[in-house]
Unconditional design. Structure first.
Length: 510
């Protein structure tokens, strides 16, 4: 670590220590006039004043200015001569320097809790920022129903059907479009009359509303005949209002329950110029805050909060008439009809999933599409949408040609980060003849250690990591696999030759 970085860590640790001592002194005051105030303070969370952020806020070229912000809103600053390695300062560095300076053997988790825990107020600020990335969605279909008439027998009638859900702004691209993510089942209706609905069961019209500029579609009666206006086909017309933003379907995957929409960015800005894309989280953990922003019961965008209950649970859904299994985050965040497609955020306001399912009988059991699947599917769809090839639509993946099983599953706790995760060994069960897996050299009973995509190595310590990574593979990527094989009682690791992916290796994802 360079000298400037060391000096920075020392100053930060000293500032944290000095502030903690100041708090200790204030809380231990025995002044009789302060007794009542002290007792009251001890009964509230206001005594938990701690550092909420330490960030570089300025520079004059040779010196960098850092600002420490505390949970009560106060700040302090210090100046450090910068160095070429100054940008390498991390919270773990601060933690280690703090232990060295104070001689305290405090765990990383306790250090974060005591000094750097995000306050409720900070979370509220993050949530308010997320509202700028949240949308309320209406999807319009044509449905046909049958009824029995005593004179005519079975009679069919078709009319407009509207459903509602939620969405998030995923990106605001340089091409002049804003890309929006929701659930596939929000814009797909298995009961739609495909023939009368424009040739598919996808919504024939989709409109979105930004938070604070919402409306509910209503019928019109322009000729005052007490009958709702209809279009040329006789289907009821709806007025979505001046706040409605017309959305276009880009692509989707029923097997991921993810759909991508787009709007012209100028249409978004005309309603709210401050609208912005979500920030994606780098990871998430059991027990972390899970904040859902959605459109429950179609009553408008609102916020509910809970925690991540488990990072990996399989649920079954029937979206298009076929029952499929979906890997999901389980949360205890309350969800209701209309929340589908909305963002699930952590306490920092970063996206960790898209809410998509729930237990109507128990509001402590609800689900979201995990971030890895959201990001993998969305980026996949956008890649092929913008590849200049009109024949490619939706998402694509390779068929690896391998089935796996798992063994030695266990929970691994990382004391340095304060978090843990379930890890397991992923074992090859079978390999399809002529498949990519066979070409890579995999055999039954091999342990898959890692996958390489263009020389970037990804550890395989959960079986679902393979399918998550497959979503990120593209034509012309080169993949390799590292595996452990036991022969004659001895186990050795091997790395395969690279396999260049061809267009013919890719199949469209349902």
């Amino acid at each position: 670590m360079k000298r400037a970085t060391k000096a920075l860590l020392t100053l930060i640790a000293a500032a944290v220590l000095a502030f903690s001592l100041l708090l200790a002194t204030a809380c231990s005051s025995s002044d009789p006039e302060q007794t009542e105030q002290t007792e009251l303070t001890e009964q509230t969370e206001q005594t938990a004043i701690y550092v909420t952020s330490i960030e570089k806020t300025g520079t004059n070229g040779t010196d960098d200015i850092y600002t420490i912000t505390y949970s009560d809103g106060t700040t302090s600053t210090f100046t450090v001569s910068n160095g070429s390695d100054g940008e390498d300062v991390s919270i773990n560095d601060i933690y280690e320097q703090y232990k060295e300076t104070t001689g305290t053997d405090i765990s990383f988790a306790d250090f974060l809790k005591q000094y750097l825990t995000v306050s409720d107020q900070t979370t509220a600020l993050a949530v308010n920022s997320c509202l700028l990335s949240s949308m309320k969605i209406y999807s319009e279909f044509v449905q046909t129903s049958q009824s029995f008439d005593p004179y005519y027998g079975v009679v069919s009638s078709s009319n407009t059907a509207i459903s509602t859900g939620s969405a998030v702004i995923y990106s605001m691209a340089a091409d002049g479009y804003t890309y929006i993510v929701t659930n596939y089942h929000v814009v797909y209706n298995k009961n739609a009359d495909a023939e009368k609905n424009g040739g598919s069961k996808l919504a024939r019209k989709i409109y979105g509303y930004l938070y604070g500029s919402e409306n509910t579609p209503s019928t019109t009666d322009s000729d005052n005949d007490n009958q709702a206006d209809t279009d040329s086909d006789g289907y009821t017309l709806y007025d979505y209002g001046s706040y409605a933003i017309e959305l276009e379907y880009v692509g989707g995957s029923v097997t991921s329950d993810i759909a991508v929409l787009r709007a012209e960015t100028e249409d978004i800005a005309a309603i709210n110029a401050d609208a912005k894309a979500v920030t994606l989280a780098s990871d998430y953990h059991v027990g972390e805050t899970a904040i859902a922003i959605g459109n429950p019961e179609g009553n408008g965008l609102s916020v509910t909060q809970g925690v991540i209950s488990t990072e990996n649970e399989q649920i079954t859904l029937d979206i298009d008439g076929t029952t499929r299994s979906y890997r999901s985050l389980r949360i205890d965040t309350p969800l209701y009809e209309g929340n589908s497609g909305g963002g699930l955020f952590n306490a920092d306001g970063e996206l960790i999933g898209i809410t998509n399912a729930g237990n109507s009988e128990d509001q402590n059991i609800n689900y979201a599409v995990p971030l890895e699947i959201v990001k993998g599917t969305v980026e996949n769809i956008l890649h092929y949408y913008n590849d200049g090839d009109s024949s490619t639509t939706g998402a694509y993946k390779i068929t690896l040609g391998v089935t796996v099983t798992t063994q030695n599953s266990k929970y691994v706790y990382d004391a340095s980060s304060g978090y843990g995760s379930v890890q397991e060994e992923v074992i090859v069960n079978s390999v399809t003849a002529g498949s990519i897996a066979e070409t890579l050299g995999l055999q039954a009973n091999d342990k898959i250690v890692s996958l390489f995509i263009n020389d970037t190595e990804y550890t395989i310590n959960r079986s679902f990591r393979i399918s998550d990574l497959i979503l990120t593979m593209r034509e012309n990527d080169t993949i390799k696999v590292k595996y452990a094989r036991t022969e004659n009682g001895e186990t050795a690791e091997h790395t395969s030759e690279g396999y260049p992916l061809a267009r013919t290796d890719l199949v469209q994802l349902d």
